[in-house]
Design a protein around this ligand. Structure first.
Ligand SMILES: C[S@@+](CC[C@H](N)C(=O)[O-])C[C@H]1O[C@@H](n2cnc3c(N)ncnc32)[C@H](O)[C@@H]1O
Length: 289
């Protein structure tokens, strides 16, 4: 489905280059994106799970620095799948698009109002923005390739994607306790080579180190704080948990509690409790034309 782009990369900072050959007629064709009553356009209905403003998903300032670096000196930035506005800098002119009405309504007043639109059909002119970003979002889109082509079309400079590398998501202790959750993640996240290929130009893939006290509560953020994932509200803030049934959650809860009480978790993974950062599946994909 995606054109192949060569990767010549190491684990930390990978580079790839390939021509962007999207036919012009494909870039603006009408696309059918299914929307829920709330307007949600991806594989999660935020009107139903309602986890947008979770106190467990606060932007982390150290991760924010990696995003800022990837955006460089861009002044005008498009944020696609902006949600409640995490990682939007007030030092730049940000245009946010967000399909879910409930998430748009939860954006703080200091941020720009988000436009109701979907990645696959952006209501902007060619080259309108210095840069564009999409954070923890591309795995939810119904057509990632179309959405990324749209981002490339409306952006003069870098397109920045914060996402997870699906080949790495299972390399995490959580896989021992809830394999179904990480199998779901591995299926949802598009391969990073497909992202760079869809964007064309010159792409880099950079591992983002996750801090031990990360404030943005995606699963790997709790690498050294396993007890946090015993809180159902913390789990609900990661959409993958909404794809599995109660049996998976109960099994996870029982087995992790057991291993924490018996000392088995500490014996095997306890070193993570003091490890300042964790290099897991979190990556920034960046492409320039
Ligand atoms: C996990 S949230 C991330 C929100 C925000 N970027 C953040 O980092 O907090 C995923 C977001 O992607 C949005 N989304 C899903 N499908 C989309 C699509 N086809 N086009 C644009 N946004 C989409 C969702 O509505 C949601 O806001």
């Amino acid at each position: 489905m995606y054109p192949h782009a060569p990767l010549h990369l190491d684990r930390h900072n990978r580079q790839c280059a390939g021509p962007f050959t999207a036919p012009a007629h494909e870039a603006r064709q009408d696309r059918m994106t299914t929307r829920t009553q709330d307007g949600s356009a991806g594989d999660v209905d935020y009107g139903a799970i309602g986890s947008g403003c979770s106190s467990f998903r606060r932007p982390d300032e150290r991760i924010a620095r990696f995003i800022a670096q990837a955006l460089g000196d861009s002044r005008t930035v498009l944020n696609v799948g902006a949600g409640t506005g995490s990682y939007e800098s007030t030092g730049r002119t940000v245009t946010a698009i967000e399909p879910s009405e409930s998430l748009r309504a939860q954006r703080p007043a200091r941020l720009a109002r988000a436009i109701d639109a979907v990645a696959e059909d952006l209501p902007f002119a060619d080259g309108e923005f210095d840069a564009a970003m999409t954070l923890f979002s591309v795995h939810q889109w119904s057509d990632a390739r179309a959405g990324l082509r749209e981002m490339r079309r409306v952006t003069r400079g870098p397109v920045v994607i914060l996402t997870c590398d699906p080949t790495l998501v299972r390399d995490f202790w959580l896989y021992r306790y809830a394999p179904e959750v990480l199998d779901t993640e591995a299926r949802r996240y598009p391969p990073v080579e497909q992202l760079t290929a869809a964007l064309g130009g010159t792409g880099t893939i950079q591992t983002v180190p996750i801090p031990l006290d990360c404030t943005d509560g995606f699963n790997e953020a709790y690498y050294g704080r396993p007890e946090m994932l015993l809180d159902s509200a913390a789990r609900q803030a990661c959409s993958a948990w909404s794809f599995v049934d109660d049996r998976v959650r109960e099994h996870f809860d029982e087995t992790l509690r057991h291993d924490l009480n018996s000392g088995a978790w500490n014996a095997e993974f306890g070193h993570l409790r003091g490890q300042p950062t964790y290099e897991g599946s979190l990556v920034i994909v960046r492409a320039t034309p």
